[in-house]
Design a protein around this ligand. Structure first.
Ligand SMILES: NC(=O)c1ccc[n+]([C@@H]2O[C@H](COP(=O)([O-])OP(=O)(O)OC[C@H]3O[C@@H](n4cnc5c(N)ncnc54)[C@H](O)[C@@H]3O)[C@@H](O)[C@H]2O)c1
Ligand SMILES: N[C@H](CO)Cc1c[nH]c[nH+]1
Ligand SMILES: [Zn+2]
Length: 431
């Protein structure tokens, strides 16, 4: 494939219906693996550890000894600490920023009395959470922080982590998992990891909620187990949509596109601009930036996908409408009046404003969570947060007078529903 055909500037107005669907109904290759994933999930559910070991051989080329690697994580952490390894300092600083941001999300229990009715809401953590930490083609200590820290902030009792097996699991990932505060760590990856956390096996303790990002197999498995357990949402192959006007620096835009493209061949990266010169300069900067990168092949595949591209809008208003329909995991706005553009957009996982807010800052260390909905999920829900790990319940206490005040309303509605015993339970108290 030539560099030219890899990335052309296309006008939004000229997109074919098929191409519009590729952007707006993108599925990052997940649909194509749903049947395989259903079989993997079924086998882990029925065969437990045996299936985990078999899939590790098949998909990770690893002959797994101990599935439980909790001790290995503690050891990796101790080695980093003993050596004053700067990577542990980075993990600690990132975790501190993520913790501070997520502590602000802890809701307070409350009670208030309205006309003799004392009403309230309580928030309590779930007991057992499972966090998937990806690690197939890159290492993701940052995702360990993003998944485990909010669970700990919420007060979850038992945080279990699954991460792909390896002859030697990445020590930075293990150290981050331990630093963030996991209780148990299992070496199991992909769809089989999600199934193991959801249903439990001889070794893996089943959890109530499975969270975390991953590739298309991981994401399809979360869709499969949803219903039997809670999940956060589908956080699949990474995406970025950049809105850029003529004031944007095309080199910065290109750098952000290349960064998210290197995650996965199924990643989607899009820039939309109302300025022809900027569009052409972004394409040039992306093409110039590909060769020689460590993950060049992955980047090329991601850029070649129908759901990636550089688009020309007739105005920033048209660009905004595109962004709203696209509902990006990451929305970067590199434009003159970024706040005004953001004001007009609801559907977004996380917004990055201005030239000095690259998505990579949020990926690692700014504080907000990087586990975010992909494939348009931002139309329906937000990213991972402390609330993901909390349940709420309501409380009410009425005094006699408050009940008397409401009795006509309640009994009228109860009788209208044909539920006479409900009405009687009110009258009995007021006789
Ligand atoms: N949306 C988000 O919030 C977010 C955040 C961080 C990372 N991510 C995404 O996480 C993903 C990480 O991907 P990764 O692949 O490096 O690691 P991963 O841990 O997600 O997947 C690795 C696992 O995939 C399974 N697998 C690989 N090939 C398979 C096959 N042919 N059949 C069945 N299973 C197979 C293996 O079991 C392997 O252990 C990327 O897509 C990245 O974009 C998303
Ligand atoms: N961009 C990813 C979320 O889509 C998060 C990440 C982790 N490491 C680097 N980036
Ligand atoms: Zn990233």
């Amino acid at each position: 494939m030539t560099e030219e055909s890899l990335l052309d500037v296309r006008s939004i107005a000229d997109l074919s219906p098929d191409h519009r669907r590729a952007f707006f109904q993108r599925d990052a290759g997940i649909g194509a693996v749903r049947d395989d994933v259903r079989d993997i999930v079924d086998r882990v559910r029925t065969e437990g550890d045996v299936a985990i070991r078999e899939f590790a051989e098949a998909f990770d080329d690893v002959s797994v000894g101990n599935i439980d690697v909790t001790d290995a994580a503690e050891r990796a952490h101790a080695e980093f600490a003993d050596a004053d390894d700067p990577r542990l300092d980075a993990i600690r600083e990132a975790a501190a920023n993520v913790r501070a941001f997520h502590e602000q999300q802890v809701p307070e229990d409350y009670r208030e009395t309205v006309d003799g009715r004392e009403l309230g809401r309580r928030f309590r953590p779930i007991e057992r959470a499972g966090v998937y930490v990806p690690g197939g083609t890159a290492a993701y200590p940052s995702s360990a922080i993003m998944g485990i820290v909010p669970a700990r902030v919420a007060g979850v009792d038992h945080v279990a982590v699954a991460t792909p097996p390896a002859d030697e699991i990445n020590p930075v990932t293990l150290a981050a998992i331990h630093e963030a505060g996991a209780d148990a760590v299992y070496q199991v990856g992909g769809a089989q990891a999600i199934a193991a956390l959801a249903y439990g096996t001889e070794t893996v303790t089943g959890v109530q909620t499975v969270v975390g990002p991953g590739n298309r197999w991981v994401t399809a498995a979360k869709a499969e187990v949803r219903g039997d357990v809670e999940i956060d949402f589908l956080a699949g192959p990474s995406e970025i949509l950049v809105l850029a006007d003529a004031t944007a620096d095309p080199e910065y835009v290109a750098a952000d596109l290349l960064a998210q493209a290197e995650h996965d061949p199924n990643a989607s990266v899009v820039a939309v601009t109302d300025d022809e010169g900027t569009a052409a300069a972004i394409v040039d900067a992306v093409v110039d930036g590909i060769e020689g990168r460590d993950r060049e092949e992955t980047i090329r595949e991601a850029l070649a996908a129908d759901a990636s591209g550089v688009l020309l809008a007739r105005s920033m208003s048209e660009a905004v409408l595109f962004a709203e329909e696209y509902a990006a995991e990451h929305l970067s706005i590199q434009a003159d009046d970024d706040e005004a553009l953001l004001d007009r957009i609801t559907n977004v996982g996380s917004a990055f404003l201005g030239p000095y807010s690259p998505v990579a800052a949020g990926d690692y260390a700014a504080g907000p969570n990087h586990v975010l909905p992909t494939n348009g999920g931002a139309k329906r829900y937000g990213g991972l947060s402390t609330e993901t790990f909390l349940r709420s319940s309501t409380v009410q206490r009425l005094d006699r007078e408050a009940l008397a005040d409401l009795s006509d309303t309640i009994t009228t509605l109860a009788e209208a529903e044909g539920l006479e015993a409900h009405a009687e339970s009110i009258r009995r108290r007021l006789e």
